[in-house]
Design a binder for this molecule. Structure first.
Ligand code: ATP
Ligand code: MG
Length: 271
């Protein structure tokens, strides 16, 4: 049944299931993905057929650039998301997968797993974020770019295999910082402004977007021939993808609900 769902249909279904469980009972065994992000922690539950049945999120703050800076806070956040999912779906969530940004030290990557274990998950699989995003998009030959709250990760895929992986600072939070400076407002106000007044916000943050695009170029020197897929929440700002495409002088592929691409792929990597 799942075979007929392409990545766009999967993302649409995941968006529909955000905070809204399906009407019919969930058919297990379920698979669970936990995305410990800089901006948000997202939990995704898939049914036996790999269909998203529940998506929930919690503002993060416990992580910075993939590094857990507030262990107890991260555990509480994941534990809360887990409990709510179990209540809503009426199934137990036993195991999970979680992800780390490429290029962080292995000890920091492991901390992501420890957070999930401390939040009550048994077996916890660990994948890198960009490979997770690729699992959702099913890109065989292409560059997958994940621009999140704090950093930009890139993975180069050829014949379905990962041939290069990198990550640099630069994401939605940096757009907020520049916007806050330009408007003379606190960062949280700038974050709201960016979403509610995206047309006015875009020109102010163009240089930051160009900088993100430039770091994508520097991280992918041998991949100019490949299509570039954009994932992550930061480029959901309308027009942001066009700025990246213009700076790089190549077309980019955008996807709906881009901030769900990585969390969904993490769940698809779960045991
Ligand atoms: N509709 C939107 N318009 C503009 N920006 C958005 C929108 N939705 C989310 N964002 C931005 O996306 C960013 C969060 O994206 P995402 O959830 O992919 O990050 P994350 O996974 O928490 O961070 P990271 O991957 O860097 O650890 C935030 O900076 C937020 O402002
Ligand atoms: Mg992320």
């Amino acid at each position: 049944m799942l075979a007929v769902l392409d990545s766009t249909a999967l993302l649409e279904l995941a968006a529909e299931r955000t905070g809204t469980p399906p009407e019919e009972p969930v058919v297990g065994p379920v698979r669970v993905g936990v995305d410990l992000g800089t901006a948000t922690t997202v939990l995704v539950v898939l049914d036996r057929d790999g269909r998203p049945v529940w998506v929930d999120s919690h503002p993060s703050g416990a992580l910075r650039d993939g590094v857990v800076v507030d262990f107890a806070g991260a555990v509480a956040s994941v534990g809360g998301l887990r409990q709510r999912a179990e209540q809503v779906l009426g199934v137990q969530l036993l195991d999970a997968a979680t992800a780390f940004p490429p290029q962080i030290p292995i000890a920091d990557a492991r901390a992501c797993r420890f957070v999930c274990e401390a939040a009550g998950f048994g077996e916890v699989a660990l994948v890198d974020e960009v490979s997770a995003a690729q699992r959702t998009l099913d890109v065989l030959d292409g560059v997958v770019v994940d621009v999140g709250g704090g950093s930009t990760g890139v993975g180069v895929f050829r014949d379905g295999g990962l041939v290069a992986l990198d990550d640099r600072p630069g994401g939605g939070h940096h757009l907020d910082l520049v916007l806050a400076g330009a408007l003379g407002v606190p960062v949280d106000v700038a974050e709201r402004y960016k979403r509610e007044h995206s047309r006015e916000a875009l020109p102010v943050v163009v240089p930051v977007l160009q900088r993100i695009a430039e770091s994508v170029r520097l991280m992918t020197p041998d991949a100019a021939d490949l299509p570039l897929h954009l994932a992550g929440g930061a480029l959901m700002l309308p027009g942001a993808g066009d700025v990246v495409a213009a700076w790089l002088g190549r077309p980019v592929v955008t996807h709906p609900h881009a901030l769900l691409i990585t969390p969904l792929g993490i769940a698809r990597s779960a045991p």
